[in-house]
Design a protein around this ligand. Structure first.
Ligand SMILES: Cc1ncc(COP(=O)(O)O)c(C=O)c1O
Length: 498
């Protein structure tokens, strides 16, 4: 779509109402958005200033000022007197973050607004990790929701609603619908080797809420939590907001590297042992043993985030750490986001028996529970075998996508990258040999591809790695090759301009 039409499609250019933001700033923002969203690709010529001013009904100086600023900030280039052209790499990370957040770049908050926020909120906003873009190539952690068995689900929801009693439409009192807990305990014992009774399960609205409960109930502000480096941004945000001190420990081919010397003991240890996020490393058995022994020695709780390990493509399925822990210090966090769909917002904790009451009461005090009718439908979905069947079906689909993506990456980018962490989950990681990952990420985004920079997941400079995290769960087979083509183009552009 030509730029003028794109701008006119935005209501503030087609109506006379204007916010308090100067027009030249609005125009700059909108053209920058168009570039970052890929509506204007590298090399596109912007309309002449006089023409755009006429079409939008604004002063030419306004356009001149916006164009100048775009050029100053590297979004566009001027070639002599021949006009203004969209550049190939977007500039400053903070500016990119203000449009589309692609990885720990901070959130756009006006300085005035920040003044009235808590310190905790300011720290949260300065370290935002979630992407605004949640679909398409190669957003990590997104399942193919088009494959979800809607008709079965619809039938179960309708059935539940026909008989839903007052209790099922209330808050609930046992922190999860008992039939769901029974179905889950049975399934997880077989599929994930967990050691639990249904009573140990606390249903939550997503893993974030589950991890947040652990942070609030098992540690106090200022307490130490060991996290993996690289680490899932969501866990970091939760621990930061809870006022915990994070000690970021490097990850090698066996998983988190644990300090054996004396130091401040942790209260919590957060790990992703079945599929380290985002590196893809699987924690070895000796490392698991060392971890459970150290946790026992320090009287620390281990939080095991088992977010996507149902999708394992090579080797035998790995049992959970929770089932292996002889000291029962491990709290298991599971989620339905990757197997079913993220918007369901259902996850669960498996806590040791002595924590059940505390977690149940706190969950009710802080979050109230509810969603029992959905839980009832899910209980039947699991008990009737639909869940296991869906896992089997999706494992095959994702396995094919992983092979296809790996093949395309090798063919189109073999000289530029090393691929790691392919045997589980919905994403893989590539290490970039030459090109800078933040630059590639921004340039790829300008071409409509999300490729999160691997370095943005690291807290310590000495551990950091240069690469990209590429999700393939929500990318159709047909999209894979052209999307890798766009990524290869972005890498080429970054390489040729550096
Ligand atoms: C490592 C990890 N843990 C947890 C989650 C979030 O799960 P939920 O949707 O249940 O909050 C994600 C989502 O991408 C993840 O990557």
């Amino acid at each position: 779509m030509p730029l003028t039409d794109w701008l006119l499609a935005r209501s503030h250019w087609s109506t006379p109402v204007r916010s308090g933001v100067p027009l030249n700033r609005q125009l700059f923002d909108d053209i920058r958005d168009a570039i970052l969203a890929g509506h204007l690709t590298g090399g596109t010529r912007l309309p002449p200033t006089r023409e755009l001013a006429r079409d939008l009904g604004i002063a030419r100086n306004t356009v001149l000022y916006a164009y100048e600023r775009l050029t100053d900030e590297g979004y566009t280039q001027t070639h002599g007197g021949s006009g203004t052209y969209v550049g190939y790499t977007a500039p400053d990370p903070a500016l990119v973050a203000s449009m589309v957040n692609v990885g720990q770049l901070g959130h756009p908050m006006l300085a005035n607004d920040q003044a009235r926020l808590s310190q905790r909120a300011r720290e949260l906003l300065a370290n935002v990790g979630a992407s605004d873009l949640q679909a398409g190539a190669f957003v990590p952690g997104i399942p193919d929701v088009g494959q979800f068995p809607r008709s079965v689900w619809q039938r179960l929801i309708t059935k539940v609603w026909k008989t839903a009693n007052a209790e099922q439409l209330g808050y609930g009192s046992r922190h999860g619908h008992p039939p769901l807990k029974r179905a889950l305990a049975e399934y997880l014992t077989l599929a994930r080797g967990v050691d639990c009774s249904p009573e140990q399960i606390i249903v939550t609205q997503g893993s974030h809420q589950a991890i947040d409960l652990c942070a609030r109930l098992l540690a106090d502000p200022g307490d130490q939590v060991w996290v993996e480096d690289p680490c899932y941004w969501g866990a970091r945000s939760i621990f930061r907001a809870a006022g915990l001190k994070m000690d970021s420990l490097p990850v090698d081919q066996h998983g988190i590297q644990l300090p054996t010397s004396a130091g401040e003991p942790p209260r919590l240890i957060f790990v992703t042992p079945s599929h380290q996020y985002p590196s893809g490393v699987v924690m070895s058995l000796p490392r698991r043993r060392l971890l459970t022994e150290l946790a026992q020695r320090h009287r620390a709780w281990i939080i095991e985030d088992d977010y996507d390990s149902e999708f394992r493509y090579q080797g035998v399925p790995l049992p959970s750490l929770q089932g292996l822990d002889p000291h029962h210090n491990t709290i298991y966090v599971g989620s339905f986001s990757k197997v079913l769909y993220p918007g369901l917002r259902l996850a669960f904790l498996i806590v040791p028996p002595e924590l059940v009451d505390a977690f149940s009461v706190a969950q009710s005090e802080l979050h109230r529970g509810g969603q029992l009718s959905v839980q009832a439908a899910l209980a039947e979905f699991i008990a009737d075998g639909h869940y296991a069947a869906h896992v089997r079906k999706m494992r095959k689909i994702y396995g094919e996508r992983q092979v296809l993506l790996t093949k395309e990456l090798q063919q189109q980018l073999g000289e530029e990258i090393d691929i790691v962490g392919t045997d589980t989950g919905l994403h893989l990681t590539v290490k970039l040999r030459q090109a800078n990952d933040h630059l590639v990420s921004r340039c790829a985004l300008a071409h409509g591809i999300v490729a999160r920079p691997l370095s943005s997941y690291f807290a310590c400079q000495q551990n950091t790695q240069n690469g990209l995290v590429l999700g393939y769960g929500g990318v159709s087979n047909e999209e894979i090759a052209p999307s890798v083509g766009k990524l290869a183009h972005a890498i080429q552009l970054v390489r040729s301009s550096s």
